[in-house]
Design a protein around this ligand. Structure first.
Ligand code: MSP
Length: 536
């Protein structure tokens, strides 16, 4: 889904609740969004990547109360010590970070609400029913069951197992029920609006059953943004949080920026919050006369030991526990490669460790160091002049061409695992090519008297090593969105920058153009990109 030529490709993550520190579930969404945006940047597109924190609502308020501080006093240090450093830990290049307590959000949210009110999309009423603080959600009676085990004696939401509370209070309502037909039409005419198919089917069947109006304010506590026309109410946290996507994009403050960014190209979310994004959010935008996003992509759960990973189940893993051992590149690679984006997937320490050694250390890392070492020993570290390409070299060129095309298409299909599988064909074919061609044997061969010298400039040895170096150049560019650190090291070892410019400026469309590294480029030893790790 490439963006229109003059529009910025705008990608978002959910904004995360700041009741606690981040775990790898949050980091998963953010890393995948980062890989997608980095790929688009590498295509030369103008890109904007937004993430942030959701700071209002009862969940955060109660946590702060437990800790004996105000919500702001709770959130400020947590964001400084946990949420912002997370982005460095997992090497995310976001363009903006929005906190819902920032003035730009308060102003934009109030303006949007006033607009909804003025357009007649809101009315006053009373809500009597269940509410889940865990998921900050009003829960229908039909979705409430009796708890068992640890939840014995409590009422539980069957939607996600969280405990619910009964409440009666004056609320404002958003006329969501007006949007059933319009939403069904949107899903129908725009099949990619909500993906993957499992999420789309779930959303369509939910909306087909009929929509009730949505309670949109709370009046029994005051941690939230005051409703502009009635300051006894604060905005219900979801009907405020969703607005971050427009308030960060300049809604109500910077019209020119808003023009450039909105609508979002893709909202990446977990499937737990697909309904909010694919039902309530587009209806709110329609009510306000704004364009809807191009796509909501709902990914699956990270499972640990077969169970959904979550902080409350005590199987929550901190991203730095893994990054400290494997590094941020391998971390990013693992989540992108080992799981199918859009489905649930199990992760384990053993699997990360196995892939690290097989695919990164022995596969990609070893290939890079062998090639650089051979150019070092046989040609004094200067890239030689290649001779005639034979079928074996042409096959490598073809592999790169098809890998580029397939990976590019996979990114448009929001399938980073397929992009990596395509790129890995280059690693495998190059390794196979080197084994077959055995350049180390050519280097040892005594030149025929008066015949062609295989080890000279323009000979077979040179051709093979230049082909391998060109393959590494392609890999550095293609893998940069996934593993920015290792590929920067590789780029510098290939001596590519003087002739080709910085790695970030290399374009996906040019990757398969052969012979880009000029003869004479200074190739230096590749420091071990993925050193072996002794784990307990
Ligand atoms: N604040 C809301 C989102 C508002 S967006 C306008 C929220 N926050 S959250 O902190 O609970 O984050 C939920 C998101 O974190 C999920 O949608 C998903 O992106 C990510 N994940 C949390 N746990 C996860 C797993 N176990 N597995 C995969 N992703 C997970 O909801």
């Amino acid at each position: 889904m490439p963006p229109a030529a003059d529009k910025t490709f705008y990608v978002t993550t959910p904004i995360y609740y700041v009741n606690d520190a981040p775990h790898i579930g949050h980091a998963y969404t953010t890393v995948m969004g980062d890989i997608i945006t980095r790929w688009h940047r590498q295509r030369g597109e103008d890109v904007w990547y937004l993430t942030g924190t959701d700071e209002h609502g009862l969940k955060v308020l109660r946590k702060a109360q437990q800790e004996g501080v105000t919500p702001k006093e709770w959130a400020d240090p947590l964001i400084q010590t946990e949420w912002m450093p997370l982005l460095e830990t997992i090497d995310v290049a976001n363009d903006d970070f929005i906190r819902t307590t920032e003035q730009r959000h308060l102003d934009g949210a109030r303006a949007f609400w006033q607009d909804l009110y003025d357009r007649g999309a809101v009315y006053q009423g009373e809500y009597s029913g269940y509410y889940s603080v865990g998921s900050e959600e009003f829960v229908d009676d039909d979705d409430v069951v009796d708890g068992e085990g640890d939840d014995e004696g409590f009422k539980i939401s069957s939607l996600d197992g969280s405990r619910v509370e009964y409440m009666t209070e004056e609320n404002y309502y958003f006329k969501l029920s007006d949007y059933q037909e319009k939403l069904l039409e949107l899903y129908e005419s725009n099949p990619d609006f909500i993906r993957p198919a499992s999420a789309r089917n779930e959303v369509i069947s939910f909306v087909s059953r009929g929509l009730r109006d949505q309670s949109m304010s709370r009046s029994t506590f005051d941690w939230g943004i005051k409703v502009p026309w009635d300051e006894k109410h604060v905005m219900y946290v979801w009907i405020e949080a969703l607005l971050n996507y427009v308030t960060a994009a300049g809604y109500g403050s910077d019209e020119e920026k808003f023009e450039r960014l909105w609508p979002a190209d893709i909202h990446i979310v977990g499937k737990d919050i697909a309904r909010f994004h694919a039902v309530i959010w587009p209806a709110m935008l329609m009510a306000a006369g704004q364009p809807v996003p191009h796509q909501v992509f709902a990914h699956g759960w990270l499972l640990v030991g077969g169970q959904k990973m979550s902080k409350s189940k005590a199987n929550g893993i901190r991203p730095d526990e893994l990054v400290d051992v494997f590094g941020s590149d391998a971390y990013r690679y693992y989540f992108a490669r080992a799981l199918t984006f859009g489905s649930d997937g199990s992760i384990s320490w053993e699997d990360i460790n196995a892939r690290y050694h097989a695919e990164l250390a022995n596969g990609f890392g070893n290939l890079a160091s062998r090639v650089a070492a051979m150019i070092g020993s046989y040609f004094g570290g200067a890239l030689p002049v290649a001779g005639e390409l034979t079928d074996a070299e042409t096959k490598i060129v073809r592999t790169v061409e098809s890998a580029v095309a397939d990976a590019d298409a996979a990114i448009d299909a929001v399938a980073p695992q397929d992009a990596l599988a395509a790129i890995w064909r280059i690693v495998e074919d190059l390794n196979g090519y080197l084994t077959e061609q055995a350049p180390w044997k050519l280097a040892k061969a005594v030149p025929d008297e008066g015949g062609p010298d295989a080890a000279a400039e323009g000979g077979r040895l040179a051709t093979i090593l230049v082909t391998a170096a060109e393959g590494l150049r392609a890999l550095a560019v293609l893998l940069n969105p996934v593993m920015p650190k290792a590929t920067a090291t590789l780029w510098s070892s290939l001596g590519a920058e003087p002739a080709l410019g910085p790695l970030a400026d290399q374009r996906i469309a040019d990757v398969a153009t052969w012979g880009a590294l000029p003869a004479g480029s200074t190739i230096t030893k590749v420091p071990s990109l993925f050193p072996r790790i002794e784990t307990p």
